[in-house]
Every structure is written in structure tokens, then in C-alpha cells.
Design a protein around this ligand. Structure first.
Ligand code: FES
Length: 120
């Protein structure tokens, strides 16, 4: 590196009001600051999503509703009804057997709620 090149990259003298950045420093500092800000934002979004969905039981059913509630009259149930308690059923609130796959994948032991009339 030549002496003239060194003198053009040397830090500017501090003025009485403080440190001054040269145009060359800004050309490097601004992209670094922008990339750092974007990177920080993306990392925080990733971490927030991870921590806030970790404890969810319901990951897909009626997510636009503040609370998922179903109500049935006993007279309408018939002789037997099988309701999902794992929140994985494609026919929710009815069980479609998806709990078996969930149990196999996670080691969980969830199963449906079965309501039936007494055998007489
Ligand atoms: S599918 Fe959820 S309990 Fe069967």
C-alpha cells in the first residue's frame, strides 16, 4: 500500500465537537448497520415464534377464534360419539384416529372421549 493510499484511509482528525466520519467510513458503516439491524430483527422474529408457539396444544383448528368451543345436545348424539382430545383430527371435534400418529411421533398417550348410551 502506498503512502498516498494510507493517508486517504487514515482516520480524520477529531474536531472540537467530537469524532468525524469520512465518506469512506460511511460507505462501510451504513451497510453494516443496515445488515446488522435486519439480522437482529430476523433473529428476534425467529426466537419469538419459537417461544410463543412451543406450548400450544391447538396448532391448526379455528385459529381466528379466541376460544374453540363445541356444544352438542345429548339427544342429537345418537348411540355413540367419539370426540378428539388431541387437537390433531381433520374432522375436529370428532376423532379421526390422528391421535395414533401423534402418539407414535411424540411418545404421548392421548386418545378420544367416547360417549355412548348404556347397553340395555
Ligand atoms: S384424533 Fe384426536 S383423539 Fe383421536
Amino acid at each position: 500500500m502506498s503512502a498516498s493510499a494510507l493517508s486517504s484511509t487514515a482516520l480524520p482528525a477529531a474536531s472540537s465537537s467530537g469524532f468525524r466520519l469520512s465518506k469512506e467510513h460511511l460507505v462501510v458503516a451504513v451497510p453494516v448497520a443496515v445488515i446488522s439491524a435486519i439480522g437482529g430483527f430476523l433473529v428476534s422474529q425467529y426466537l419469538n415464534r419459537r417461544c410463543c408457539t412451543k406450548g400450544l396444544v391447538n396448532t391448526s383448528i379455528s385459529k381466528d377464534s379466541p376460544k374453540v368451543v363445541h356444544s352438542f345436545d345429548m339427544e342429537d348424539i345418537g348411540s355413540k360419539a367419539v370426540y378428539c382430545r388431541c387437537w390433531k383430527s381433520k374432522k375436529f371435534p370428532y376423532c379421526d384416529g390422528s391421535h395414533s400418529k401423534h402418539n407414535d411421533e411424540t411418545g404421548d398417550n392421548v386418545g378420544p372421549l367416547i360417549i355412548k348410551k348404556k347397553d340395555t
